[in-house]
Design a protein around this ligand. Sequence first.
Ligand SMILES: Nc1ncnc2c1ncn2[C@@H]1O[C@H](COP(=O)(O)OP(=O)(O)OP(=O)(O)O)[C@@H](O)[C@H]1O
Ligand SMILES: [Mg+2]
Length: 440
Amino acid sequence: MNVNKKNPRFHRVRLLLAEVLLNDTLPPLRRLRALLSARGILLVTAALVAVTVYLSGADATVTAILFGLCAIAILMQRQPEAALAQKPASQDGDPPPADLLRPTVYATLGALELPVVVFRKDATVLFQNRAMDKAFGPLAEGSHLSARWRSPSILDVIRETIATDEPNQIEHSERLPSERVYVVRIAPVDLPVGMPTGDKLYIMSFKDISELRRIDRMRSDFVANASHELRTPLASLKGFIETMQGPARTDVKAQERFLAIMLDQANRMSRLVDDLLSLSRLELKAHLAPNEMVDLVPVIGHVRDSLAPLAAELGIELRLHLPPSRVEVMGDRDELVQVFENLMENACKYGQEGKVVDVHVRNEPGHAVEVSVVDHGPGIPAEHVPRLTERFYRVSVADSRSKKGTGLGLAIVKHILTRHRARLIVKSEIGKGTDFTVRF
Ligand SMILES: Nc1ncnc2c1ncn2[C@@H]1O[C@H](COP(=O)(O)OP(=O)(O)OP(=O)(O)O)[C@@H](O)[C@H]1O
Ligand SMILES: [Mg+2]
């Protein structure tokens, strides 16, 4: 190895020989020429030594034998060269051939899911992968990074990395075409020792953390909403208890009234906790599809019966439109009861003005089984429809609270339907009513 470094000519000859002996893909003429030129140099050197030895007075026969032995040794020098050439670059200290390395590195970066751009010391692009093309659009080789990223914070970090040769990262958000948040990392590329580097290179990658951020926000919204929903009835309970201990200590009539309200609030809290537990249980088994056959006709009948008192109280007629035969789907009976209870209860509570709620069960050959719960109430403004299944989302919080709603019903419905591989389709027209259809 050291010989290579100290004697570059000798090293060139060794490499040339190695290439010739190992590379079967060389054209025969080139192979022969290279072979002759590599071995030729050694043979000429041996001949010159032999002549010098002869001229300095040695016996001609001995000199000829010595030269012959050298020539044979040179011509048979195949194995050691081959072994040398086959050694991996890292062990030998020699870099892999640059023409092989570059396409391999580009192809590897190209296959990465992470958007990546490799740039030079003057911040011009050398290469960017397909993920980068897709996320930020193509950027031609040689163009300056500022042609694509104008954000001063990104440009500052690029400058800093080039100046200090230390990796850096920042958070960066893009508004268009959609709001996304990235962790941008910029680092110098440490090329293997001995590579013909030319310019120093740097790599910039974009890790998309938008989804993580969204989940974080949802989690904190959820905790805030849940505690807010519990705090309201708790505060009211506390207020009544204090009143009963103080000013209303002896007022039995007032106490009776307060106790009724307190029971109402306690029931509300208990409903909320039940709904939250139900949601978390559903989340735990979201990936397990139910495996019982359930006939939907008796399920809908059962829900209608359980909601009859509420419907009567609200002055609603619940009309069922059922096919004559069984309508079976794969499902969990109790969960399906929960789905239709919430949909029919919502139709009664929020579509009260329409006076009638129609429930259609459809099982037509060649079509998916569908159950539609249709009210003829005020309808839901279009901007609210996509958000109805979010936890605690209510079109009107005051209206829902006054109807003892917690805003978790449709979130539970969505979770159950996801587990059942079914869909919820909502169609609503202002002034005409709303149609919630479950398609299995
Ligand atoms: N048929 C409907 N007509 C009009 N608005 C509706 C209808 N169904 C649901 N909504 C609106 O969607 C919101 C969310 O419904 P969801 O069932 O999730 O909660 P909720 O009924 O308020 O409470 P919960 O079901 O937990 O008792 C309701 O607050 C209401 O504003
Ligand atoms: Mg509801």
